[in-house]
Design a protein around this ligand. Structure first.
Ligand code: AMP
Length: 590
């Protein structure tokens, strides 16, 4: 397939607002691809050359892309920069400059999708001294054979700003539509994706006609993490997890126990063991193996050849016999000084689930059985221990355990349904969390920063006065604003955040952001922060879940922590905000 054809489809996709139409357009494009090309195309649409857990990054700096563009177009670097300053989009500048050049020389494109992909892969694998120069060479070569429209997307891709507005859910719909014309296979595609986190691989397997229903988890392919729902109190949790039936008065009949686990506030880790080799993935499914030598050592000593299990790691002080907070634990997530930190702040991993053991996919095995397998696996290990839990069907016992957890400085509890499978990549009632309350709110909110304000008065020196934050509408994929947050930041956080935000500011409101407010600067939605508030209110200023011009908003919002371990796809959804709002109502009616 020629890349010029891909670029034409991209151009159409960019102009479409409806997600369904967008998927239809992509389905058309996928139908013209061989299965191996579909894999390449999907990675490119995701903005990368491989699934993100491979850690490959095309990453050409802006300055270098400008030089490549100057080299190909024959214009000076100065001229390219001036055009770019006007357009604010180097892709658009590339398109305009190459269009002028095309009038002079009659070049026609020979770039195929596979050639473009192979070149991007080559760029991503270049590192070390002189690599930026070599990357410019590869990009210039691609641009030389490119139509102006192709050039737009080639340049944008290399800068990591493809901006198609196409998320994984749209690609999944498109795959099913490419084969059946409708969304028939959506669920089976989602499950396969949740088990391997590699949509490129899923696309190739699916479009070559194989049966995805037998797709299984496998070591070194991270599983998309299971997520917890919320309920406001112990009674509702027990009723939900311990009963399948109701009596005539509609009272749930309690027929089994549930597990109630301590909720540790640390770093989520997915540990993979493959023939004695260990890999550790973060919640965002990035490899972080080298940061935690003591966990690697402990995992390698487990009595298994192959395994995938999960837990929450906390730094602890052996001398003081106490666990450190999330803020201190997260310091262990670093590339330098790893050995020293491992000595000073060793981690203990509280294992809470297992998804694979010695050739067996356990994701469909009920929780209670998985738990027994997990306990047997980590028995006798010092650094990896099972999470603390009780089994109960009594709201009173659950509540006592919850209060004890809080008094020990933990975040709360997570209750688990004994008969449920591991629900990869989804927030389901298999797990229900109950956390210490934030004002009237049952939980904090993980929001994405979409813009920021400049500081006034004392804040002027930080060039930072607060952020505009949004939650995710999982039906439309849009980011809808929920709060303007000025408080809760330390001075250090303000200056480092100001620096980060400066790097990702955009001229226009990013595609997919819905806002009535206009911050001083818009930014690419990349940074997630945890926000606490007193309550959720209705407000005409915000767009979250907006009906008839009124959206949901956070009252007295304040920042709790930066969440480097979460990406915008992990942000709280509008649906969750609405359910928290309803819980708040139920609570105040009590
Ligand atoms: P939250 O981030 O508030 O939605 O809570 C879910 C997170 O709690 C998970 O992603 C885990 O990182 C963490 N967690 C801590 N302890 C447990 C546990 N015992 N079981 C499951 N998740 C836990």
């Amino acid at each position: 397939m020629l890349f010029s054809g891909v670029a034409q489809h991209f151009s159409k996709v960019e102009a479409i607002d409806s997600r369904l139409e967008m998927s239809g357009e992509i389905a058309g494009l996928l139908q013209g691809c061989k299965p191996s090309e579909a894999r390449q195309l999907v990675y490119i649409m995701e903005g990368n050359v491989a699934p993100s857990h491979e850690g490959l990054d095309v990453g050409i700096g802006e300055k270098f892309a400008i030089r490549a563009l100057a080299k190909t177009s024959g214009y000076t670097v100065h001229r390219v920069e001036a055009d770019y300053k006007k357009s604010g989009d180097l892709g658009a500048t590339a398109e305009a400059l190459l269009a002028k050049k095309a009038q002079l020389s009659l070049s026609s494109s020979e770039n195929t999708l596979s050639k473009v992909y192979a070149s991007f892969l080559k760029i991503a694998r270049m590192s070390g001294a002189g690599s930026q120069e070599a990357k410019i060479g590869v990009l210039s070569e691609l641009l030389n054979g490119a139509t102006p429209l192709e050039a737009k997307y080639l340049v944008r891709f290399c800068l990591g700003k493809l901006r198609l507005g196409v998320g994984d859910p749209s690609i999944i719909d498109a795959l099913s539509m490419a084969r059946h014309g409708d969304k028939t296979d959506k669920a089976v595609l989602e499950r396969a994706f949740n088990l391997c986190s590699d949509l490129g691989e899923v696309s190739e397997v699916y479009l070559s006609g194989k049966d995805l229903s037998r797709f299984s988890a496998a070591p070194f392919k991270p599983i998309r993490p299971a997520l917890a729902e919320r309920l406001p109190n112990a009674k509702e949790i027990i009723e939900k997890l311990c009963s399948d039936e109701k009596d005539e008065g509609k009272t749930p009949i309690i027929s089994r126990k549930c597990a109630v686990e301590a909720k540790y506030d640390g770093l989520r880790m997915q540990v993979h063991l493959k023939d004695g080799e260990v890999e550790i993935y973060s919640r965002k499914l990035e490899k972080m193996t080298h940061m935690f030598p003591e966990i690697v050592e402990a995992a390698a000593a487990l009595p298994a050849k192959n395994a995938i299990f999960e837990g929450e790691a906390l730094a602890y002080s052996a001398r003081e016999k106490k666990y450190y907070s999330f803020q201190q634990t997260i310091q262990r997530k670093r590339k330098h000084g790893v050995e020293k930190m491992a000595e000073d702040f060793p981690l203990r991993l509280f294992a809470f689930d297992i998804m694979y053991l010695d050739s067996e996919d356990l994701t469909l095995t009920p929780y209670l059985e998985r738990r027994k397998i997990l306990e047997k696996l980590v028995r006798n290990n010092k650094a990896i221990v099972p999470s603390d839990l009780i089994y109960t069907d009594s709201p009173k016992k659950l509540d006592e355990y919850f209060q004890r957890a809080l008094s020990e400085g933990l975040e709360g509890i997570i209750a688990k349904d004994l008969v449920q499978p591991y629900v990869a990549g989804a927030r389901k009632f298999a797990w229900i969390k109950l956390k210490k309350s934030y004002g009237e709110l049952a939980d904090s909110v993980d929001a994405v920063i979409v813009g920021y304000y400049l500081g006034k008065g004392a804040r002027e020196e930080f060039k930072f006065g607060g952020v505009l934050a949004a939650v995710r509408n999982d039906e439309t994929g849009a980011l809808e604003t929920i709060a303007k947050i000025g408080g809760g930041f330390t001075e250090e956080e303000m200056s480092s955040l100001a620096e980060e935000l400066e790097k990702i500011k955009t001229k226009e409101k990013p595609r997919g952001v819905i806002s009535k407010l206009e911050p001083d600067f818009w930014v690419e939605p990349k940074i997630v922060i945890t926000v606490a508030a007193d309550e959720i209110t209705l407000s005409p200023m915000h767009t979250a879940g907006s009906v008839g011009g009124t959206g949901y908003a956070l009252r007295f919002p304040r920042m709790v922590s930066m969440r480097d371990d979460k990406s915008p796809a992990d942000a709280t959804t509008v649906r969750e905000v609405i359910s928290m709002f309803e819980m708040q109502r139920r609570k105040s009616a009590q």
